[in-house]
Design a protein around this ligand. Structure first.
Ligand code: TV7
Ligand code: CA
Ligand code: ZN
Length: 388
């Protein structure tokens, strides 16, 4: 009756844990794990859980996390104490600053979202899932022994390492408004993972400051990683039409040349219009079109979350993308169900508010057609060196 049917012969797994949502970075911090509660409420009010295999996830073990992170760093993450308000002694590993505070239950938070991504990856490897979803993951800035940009453990790297145990090649695509630097760095010197990040880049101040078009892997041609790190630096205000065109063109070319056995798509929702930290004019439809395109390639697909700092828009995007995964996006009612928890948070009562509703006055688009053509040309040239 609600338009939700379990797809026949097609399995979507959803990896969740309500414990993750309860952690707090601090009152003024833009990262709100509570956005996961809002997203889950919307997904469930549509009844979408009936069309997926839902798994309550577990903490990753330390051994699993040591696949990427150092023992010293993990030990520190586990034992770091929440600083007293007047204590400003610097902490190691970039912890304890305003971006990466040490909060109550930090290690539990990290190991939970990592466990969810590892489980999702294993479902793909077992062929038990065609699409595996972890909206609590996608924390792409974490390094092997360093926290960065709200990220402490890199669940994406951990998940890709799992997939590489079974499959030769993984394509990683990152639509978060920030550059996926941690994942890029982790696989910088291998030709088994191709990374493609689309992000805002101004050569300077926008975090993390990397992801320029010219840096496509190690400069040494003999390094297997050469030409396998692709970056799409954009300016403020890109719209759905341009974003979808770029995404399909570039991902299409990557798949054609690299022939990945699996795709990991980081669905950071800070690329949406109206995001508290983002600068783009991408709408829920455009963001979702990226997921739909990846699904259409019929390659095992993992969806993870990432950024997203205007919780109502994050929830809309991830609920819409869940509906695309299970194939009910055309049949559900875009009007948010009456019984949705926190429904009053969704000021415009539809999954697809217009740009005017979101922004009032849309941000000027600084991306010229020539800029986009140059990007596509540059990436195409890099891909000529890739032969899988
Ligand atoms: C994946 N931007 C993560 C994106 C990480 C972005 C940054 C903030 C920020 C932090 C706050 C805060 C903020 C309004 C925004 C150079 C600095 C400038 C801290 C104030 N308000 C993801 C990380 C980025 C923390 N960091 O890709 C507490 O904005 O630009 C920076 C670094 C130094 C630290 N200061 C910001 O989306 C999940 N931080 C309010 C309170
Ligand atoms: Ca990105
Ligand atoms: Zn981001």
């Amino acid at each position: 009756a609600n338009g939700i049917v379990r797809p026949k012969g097609y399995n979507v797994s959803w990896h969740v844990n309500p414990e993750i949502e309860k952690h707090h970075f601090g009152n003024s911090h833009p990262m709100k794990p509570w956005r996961l509660t809002l997203s889950k409420g919307l997904i469930m009010s549509y009844g979408m859980h009936a069309a997926m295999d839902t798994f309550v996830t577990r903490q990753a073990t330390e051994e699993e996390m040591r696949d990427f992170h150092t023992e010293d760093y993990l030990e520190y993450l586990k034992t770091a104490k929440v600083a007293m308000p007047d204590d400003d002694t610097p902490m190691p590993y970039n912890l304890g600053g305003s971006d990466c505070p040490v909060f109550e239950g930090l290690f539990n938070y990290c190991s939970m979202y990592s466990g969810a991504s590892i489980d999702a990856a294993r479902k793909l490897c077992n062929n038990e899932s065609d699409i595996a979803i972890n909206w609590s993951g996608g924390l792409h800035h974490a390094k092997k022994a360093e926290a960065s940009g709200f990220c402490y453990a890199n669940d994406i790297v951990l998940a890709i390492l799992q997939i590489l145990r079974k499959y030769p090649r993984v394509l990683y695509v990152d639509i978060d408004v920030h550059h996926g630097d941690g994942v890029e760095e982790a696989f910088w010197s291998t030709d088994r993972v191709m990374t493609l990040s689309i992000h805002k880049y101004d050569g300077l101040s926008f975090f993390p400051g990397t992801g320029d078009l010219e840096r496509t892997g190690p400069p040494d041609e003999n390094n297997p990683g050469a030409h396998h790190a692709l970056n799409v630096p954009l300016s403020d205000g890109i719209n759905d039409e341009q974003y979808i065109w770029l995404f399909k063109t570039l991902v299409g070319k990557c798949v054609e040349r690299f022939r990945p056995n699996a795709i990991v798509l980081q669905c950071g929702a800070d690329s949406l219009a109206g995001d508290r930290l983002g600068r783009f004019n991408v709408q829920v439809q455009g963001h979702g079109a990226c997921v739909a395109y990846c699904k259409s390639l019929k390659i095992p697909l993992m969806l993870v979350g990432g950024g997203g700092y205007t919780p109502r828009n994050v929830a809309r995007a991830w609920a819409h993308e869940t509906s695309i995964a299970i194939g009910c996006d055309q049949t559900i009612d875009p009007i948010i169900p009456m019984h949705t928890p926190y429904r009053s948070h969704f000021r415009h009562e539809t999954l697809f508010p217009t740009l005017e509703q979101i922004l009032g006055d849309p941000r000027p688009n600084r991306n010229t057609p020539k800029k986009l053509d140059d990007i596509v040309q540059h990436v195409t040239e890099q891909l000529r060196f890739v032969n899988a």
